[in-house]
Design a protein around this ligand. Structure first.
Ligand SMILES: [Ca+2]
Length: 350
């Protein structure tokens, strides 16, 4: 018996579809296997150049004064470009590491925000599970559905904090040279105060990331010397840069000033409260805190700060924020597994 023509066509298309689904599943499996192999081979520390014996602030780099064209043109929050003067200052050459943060906690007894119960008054909408101490963890999904909501790869994990960045069962043992993550603005500022420093402002951070030079046309390409995401975010990470997730500090070439990982690896907190564009920067070098009118209606009542530099999760198909001019808002009371910081110091130059 001969099948009707439309049935034959339908069967053929179903066969092609099934083959495509099988090929996609096979590709995702192969990508996951390759990521696992990468993880086993990744270094636990990278050698940093020795600091000069007479360095006034060991571990910090002098960033000379200049005028910065703040911002970029890829996403709306980077506009409008603004001329901002930045005085010379010192900046940590790397992100603050787990070892450095552990020394602070040991000396001060400090307890991070992610280790405390969530303020129920600030978040009456949260279910009990999300009021437990914890933090947000990136978990690569095995499949995607719906409209690609970020809740498919970001999860609030009770028990996640800087000591257990991926949640209970994970630890920072042997990872002292990695950037500390799962810290909030309050945690980072407490560390900076303990060191007698501050966090950099957005303008200071961006000027330093540009190597204290203005580019006429900022480069928008995915950088080679930075820990970002290669492949199709968030399901396939080829880790061509050598790292699936977070890397130890200093594994990629520094910028012209000798600063490591300004782009990629971990997002970095600044001391500037977040505003949805640079428009309110006119005539101001820094905003801390911002004018209350600058906060958009419906924004989180707990406040937000500007984070810079992108992270190991930035990919061309999803988040091209591996650029000096890129910026993002971060809730003040939420720790995340791709967010760290470095400190700044205003003191005489070398
Ligand atoms: Ca990477």
């Amino acid at each position: 018996m001969q099948l009707p023509f439309f049935t034959t066509r339908a069967c053929a298309w179903l066969g092609v579809l099934a083959l495509c689904v099988l090929a996609l599943a096979g590709w995702l499996w192969w990508s996951a296997q390759r990521s696992e192999r990468h993880l086993r081979q990744e270094p636990m520390a990278c050698a940093l150049p020795a600091a000069a014996a007479n360095a006034p602030h060991p571990g910090m780099v002098w960033v000379p004064a200049g005028t910065l064209a703040l911002g970029d043109t890829v996403y709306a929050e980077e506009l409008p470009l603004q001329q901002v003067e930045v005085a010379g200052f010192w900046l940590d050459r790397t992100e603050v590491t787990n070892d450095e943060f552990a020394a602070f906690v040991k000396a001060s007894g400090y307890v991070t925000v992610a280790e405390r119960a969530v303020d129920a008054a600030a978040h009456p909408e949260l279910p009990p599970e999300m009021r437990k101490p914890g933090a947000v963890v990136f978990i690569s999904p095995t499949q995607l559905s719906g409209q690609g909501s970020p809740t498919q790869w970001w999860r609030y994990v009770p028990g996640a904090n800087w000591r257990h960045p991926g949640g209970p069962g994970t630890s920072i043992e042997g990872r002292g040279a990695f950037a500390v993550v799962q810290v909030t603005i309050e945690d980072a500022q407490a560390y900076a105060r303990w060191k007698g420093r501050t966090l950099p402002s957005e303008a200071q951070w961006e000027w330093a990331a540009r190597g204290a030079k203005n580019q006429e046309l900022p480069d928008h390409a995915q950088p080679a010397q930075a820990n970002t995401w290669q492949g199709l975010f968030p399901v396939a990470n080829s880790a061509d840069d050598g790292f699936v997730g977070l890397a130890p500090v200093g594994c990629f070439a520094p910028n012209a000033l000798g600063l490591f990982d300004m782009i990629g690896n971990a997002w970095e907190l600044t001391r500037d409260a977040y505003t949805p564009s640079h428009a309110v920067l006119v005539g101001q070098a820094e905003i801390d805190p911002p004018p209350s009118s600058a906060r958009p209606a419906g924004a989180s009542p707990v406040g937000q700060h500007v984070i810079k530099g992108g992270s190991f999760l930035c990919a061309p198909n999803y988040c091209m924020r591996y650029r000096a001019g890129a910026r993002q808002a971060q809730d003040d009371d939420l720790a995340v597994s791709h967010l760290g910081f470095r400190t700044a110091l205003v003191a005489p130059g070398p």
